[in-house]
Design a protein around this ligand. Sequence first.
Ligand code: 4NP
Length: 153
Amino acid sequence: MKVLFVCLGNICRSPLAKGIMEDKIRKRKLHAWVDSAGFEAYHVGQAADPRSEDIAAKHGISLKGHVARKFTMQDFGNFDRIYVMDTMNYSNVISVARNEKDMSKVDFILNELHPGSNRPVPDPYYGGRDCFQKIYDLLDKACDSIANEIASQ
Ligand code: 4NP
């Protein structure tokens, strides 16, 4: 199973989701591959936001080595599932889908917890540290659900 997490800048939410998911994959010895990408080019080439690094480190997860990249159309072919964080990410990704199959791979990550409700993982970029704790908790629960699905396959 190849899973891609997508947010806007690829420095806050999706690198954190990737780090959390990789930790679960390692601990549960799952067969899966994870990556993250963003839709905007603002931060391409940059490390994860220090606030995401800090909240991850608090939970024993390192985001060191992250290099922000843009989502590409090829990602549809390279991944089985593409999880977005919010409505803007969803519209952006769907806008470059080539066909129905591509579209069927895309879903809101919080639909793992609240199916079909399309709730957002709030953009924490202009928020405080408490926002990063909140998104960590949301992403951790959603990644548990994804890990359970991978384990049951
Ligand atoms: P992310 O957060 O999409 O979770 O990585 C953001 C990072 C940067 C910006 C917005 C959101 N920005 O406007 O530069």
